[in-house]
Design a protein around this ligand. Structure first.
Ligand code: NI
Length: 139
């Protein structure tokens, strides 16, 4: 197991009180775990700022399959980026609406480009990319 270091920090009592309140509401066992999550989020955000950084994201798409050509367009886009799209899940929500979740790995700029093209397709009602990390840098 990797060695853990202890550090101290200064913060205003009010800020700490607000932080502790949220930690309690979210069920954190202790303050250290909350701070570790904040640091990891900060690192993931930094990774995504580097255009050639390697990252992983999950894209959720909601679309109306009755819109002419939308299904073909989304499949075509996914096939042309098959090396980046690791997995996809399709759910038929009702008679018209489809939900798709794609896991995409690659350089952040590639992931953003693929995501933008999919969200911009006619018939897509909503799309949201959750940016995460390959995990290697978050030990
Ligand atoms: Ni469907």
């Amino acid at each position: 197991m990797e060695k853990i270091v202890r550090f101290s920090s200064t913060i205003s009592p009010k800020l700490l009180e607000q932080f502790d309140k949220i930690l309690e509401e979210r069920g954190y066992a202790n303050r250290s775990e909350g701070i570790r999550d904040l640091v990891r989020n900060f690192l993931v955000e930094s990774e995504w700022e580097e255009e050639d950084g390697e990252a992983v994201g999950s894209l959720t798409l909601l679309y109306d399959h009755d819109v002419r050509g939308v299904s073909d367009k989304l499949v075509e886009l996914q096939h042309s980026h098959h090396a980046n799209i690791l997995s996809s899940m399709h759910v038929h929500l009702d008679q018209h609406n489809c939900l798709e979740v794609l896991v995409i790995r690659g350089q952040t700029k590639e992931i953003k480009k693929i995501t933008d093209a999919l969200i911009a397709a006619r018939g897509v009602k909503h799309g949201k990319l959750v940016m995460t990390s390959s995990g290697k840098e978050l030990e």
